[in-house]
Design a protein around this ligand. Structure first.
Ligand code: FAD
Ligand code: NAD
Length: 398
């Protein structure tokens, strides 16, 4: 039996893929066994999911086969759903009953919707989290139009509620507003009958983001037909709509919850101390008390020099993947690990076709230029993980 270290990576999202690719590059032949475990045999671009969710782009453009991203001679890919992490046994249990043992573990399974215990939210609202979850939203939206046409007393079928005006809510509502006129045409529906609500509990949409750009974004979206309810919390979600603010009921055929995320439930279940399901990792990305366990991406919690938590983004997950791989190789070679230092490349958010907002360094961007910037960011990612072939295959759709 081989006694080289076993490295197991859980999740092939932004953090997991970058870790796998870096390990593949940095490890020498026979220096370690690397296994990458993921629920699906594809990697999906979460940052693109608002488009297929609304139906403004094809599902296929938001994913790529994992076999195209890794060298399977160097990395064992296991398509499986992780069911349990057993720290004491140094094992990961998979859904089919099998187990993987590890010397080093990287947990990169991404976030889960945070419902804050709002009654009915987990049961009745939809989420933008994966290819399967957005497939469902897309089909559901079309179904609402078909349903309305069969029984035109059901005007609630044409009411869409998006709960939370963070970046996910804003990007989705923008795509939805772009898609509605096409659906109205296809289903012979008067566009005046369609209502799109974006409901936000905080005193502003995109809380904490540049106020001038927030105002710009809201103006663009209002012109596209979005009604904002700001400073209005969703209190309950029912099968027929949402209860907001002081007991106002909004009857709606579609409720999409974009109110935030938390870490993967398996992390808490494994016995790690968490805050909203995320583990406060050390500067080398290791879980407290476990020098061989690294937690990255949406499952990890790190603070900026001012003591505020970094928001969970693809950007930080990717950078953590690179440092994590470096530190595991260093550990195997008895070398010094590197501290993780986040390099903020900026934030750019889409507002639908040809429109976006962004801050890069201390420069602000809006409109067409920001939309081009958003494309450039997405294409850069394709290049990082898949080189020119992936850019040529998917880049034109971004
Ligand atoms: P993920 O990328 O979510 O990957 C987790 C992986 O683990 C997935 O492949 C999943 O299938 C797999 N997995 C989960 N559970 C299991 C299990 N039990 N067993 C096996 N595999 C499992 N961030 C930005 O920086 N820029 C953006 O423009 C941006 N846009 C976004 C747009 C939307 C609509 C959304 C929802 C998020 C956006 N984000 C953006 C945030 C970003 O997508 C996340 O922060 C990022 O995906 C986190 O990466 P991760 O590696 O932690 O997890
Ligand atoms: P988020 O936590 O950033 O935003 C959720 C929003 O929902 C908040 O504004 C919050 O006040 C609101 N909310 C919470 N409870 C509510 C309630 N009961 N009623 C109404 N509103 C409520 O979550 P997100 O938008 O999904 O973003 C998750 C992460 O992904 C963030 O770090 C974000 O920066 C990142 N992201 C980035 C981009 C981008 O860079 N283009 C796009 C999408 C997501």
């Amino acid at each position: 039996m081989s006694n080289i270290p076993k490295i197991v990576i859980l999740g092939a999202g932004y953090g997991g893929i970058l870790t796998a690719q870096r390990l593949q590059k940095e490890l020498n032949y026979n220096e370690a066994d690397v296994t990458l475990v993921n629920k699906h045999d594809y990697h999906y671009f979460t940052t693109h999911l608002h488009m297929p969710a609304a139906g403004t782009d094809k599902m296929e453009n938001a994913r790529v086969s994992i076999s195209k991203l890794i060298d399977e001679f160097k990395i064992d890919f296991v398509k499986a759903t992780v069911q349990q992490i057993r720290l004491q046994d140094k094992k990961v249990l998979l859904e089919d009953g099998s187990a993987l043992s590890f010397d080093y573990l990287i947990i990169a399974m991404g976030g889960e919707p945070e419902t804050f215990g709002i009654p009915g939210m987990a049961e009745h609202a939809m989420n933008i989290r994966s290819i399967n979850s957005v497939r469902f939203i897309r089909q559901h939206i079309e179904f609402q139009f078909a349903r309305y046409k069969r029984d035109q007393s059901r005007t609630e079928c044409l009411t869409f509620v998006v709960g939370g005006a963070g970046f996910t809510g804003i990007e989705f509502v923008a795509e939805l507003a772009d898609r509605i006129p096409k659906l109205c045409k296809e289903y012979d529906v008067d566009p005046e009958l369609v209502k799109i609500y974006n409901i936000e509990a905080a005193p502003s949409a995109l809380p904490g983001f540049d106020p001038e750009l927030v105002e710009y974004a809201m103006d663009v979206l209002k012109k596209k037909g979005v009604t904002f309810k700001i400073g209005t919390a969703i209190k309950e979600c029912t099968p027929d709509g949402v209860i907001v603010g002081e007991n106002e009921f909004i009857k709606a055929g579609t409720v999409v919850w974009t109110g935030g995320i938390r870490g993967n439930h398996m992390i808490e279940e494994a016995g790690f101390e968490t805050m909203r399901g995320r583990v406060k990792v050390d500067e080398y990305l290791r879980a407290p008390g476990h020098d061989n366990i690294y937690i990255i991406g949406d499952n990890s919690l790190m603070f900026n020099p001012e003591g505020r938590p970094y928001p969970p983004t693809a950007q930080i997950a990717m950078q953590q993947g690179v440092t994590c791989a470096h530190n595991i190789v260093a550990s195997i070679r008895n070398q010094q690990p590197k501290k993780f230092v986040f390099s903020n490349k900026g934030t750019v958010a889409s507002l639908g076709k040809g429109e976006a907002i962004g801050v890069v360094g201390n420069r602000k961007f809006k409109g067409f230029i920001a939309a081009q910037l958003k494309k450039a960011v997405d294409i850069r990612y394709l290049f990082i993980i898949g080189g020119i072939p992936l850019v040529l295959k998917k880049g034109k759709f971004f």
